[in-house]
Design a protein around this ligand. Sequence first.
Ligand SMILES: Nc1nc2c(ncn2[C@@H]2O[C@H](COP(=O)(O)OP(=O)(O)OP(=O)(O)O)[C@@H](O)[C@H]2O)c(=O)[nH]1
Ligand SMILES: [Mg+2]
Length: 206
Amino acid sequence: MKKSVARLGVGGPVGSGKTALLERLLPLLMQQGIEVAVVTNDLLTQEDADRLKRQGVLPANRIVGVETGSCPHTAIREDPTMNLLAIRNLERAFPELDLVFVESGGDNLASTFSYDLIDAYIFVLDVGAGDDIPRKNGPGFMQADLVVINKIDIAPYVGADLNIIDRDATERRKGKPIAYTNCKTGEGLDRVMQFIFDKLLFQSVR
Ligand SMILES: Nc1nc2c(ncn2[C@@H]2O[C@H](COP(=O)(O)OP(=O)(O)OP(=O)(O)O)[C@@H](O)[C@H]2O)c(=O)[nH]1
Ligand SMILES: [Mg+2]
């Protein structure tokens, strides 16, 4: 029987730390024996794919850059054809894959994924955007399977109160999971790993 490959979207505003999150998660997943690949979306370049290739965390042929050429959400929601093709090519080349990430181009709070493309998605927010962001009811933030509040280390410097973020995010998301991370140090990544294992891989983190 053909192995089914889980697909996990990673979306959120420009510069919130989507690629930084992948840079942290990929080695952790590989240490757990999970076979991974990545599709990145950028408007007119392969910037994020090239960055991940330079890091050397994954073999370069497991990283595919899609140049969307349009609003980022078009390629992950309205017409995900380019991303579906990229995933299909990866699945054919690497039948052993367990999990494919699809990083969206940086977008806005309304950005959501089509569930024809992915099985679940993470929405990454940056505390530098302000502690009022959860109150703005962005569909990407409200509907995501997991919200990651990233860059918790800079909260004191931008006057963001993590308690306010937590109070409002918990209330608006009605109990759906939220993780708080610092991708510079790896703090909080255990919560994200737990989510991936529970929601997509149906096994325990070793
Ligand atoms: N201080 C701090 N900086 C971070 C953290 N995570 C990411 N950064 C920095 O934030 C900047 C943007 O990170 P990226 O990972 O490129 O963000 P992105 O969401 O992938 O950006 P786009 O794909 O361009 O939308 C980089 O300079 C990162 O080094 C964090 O937790 N703390
Ligand atoms: Mg990126």
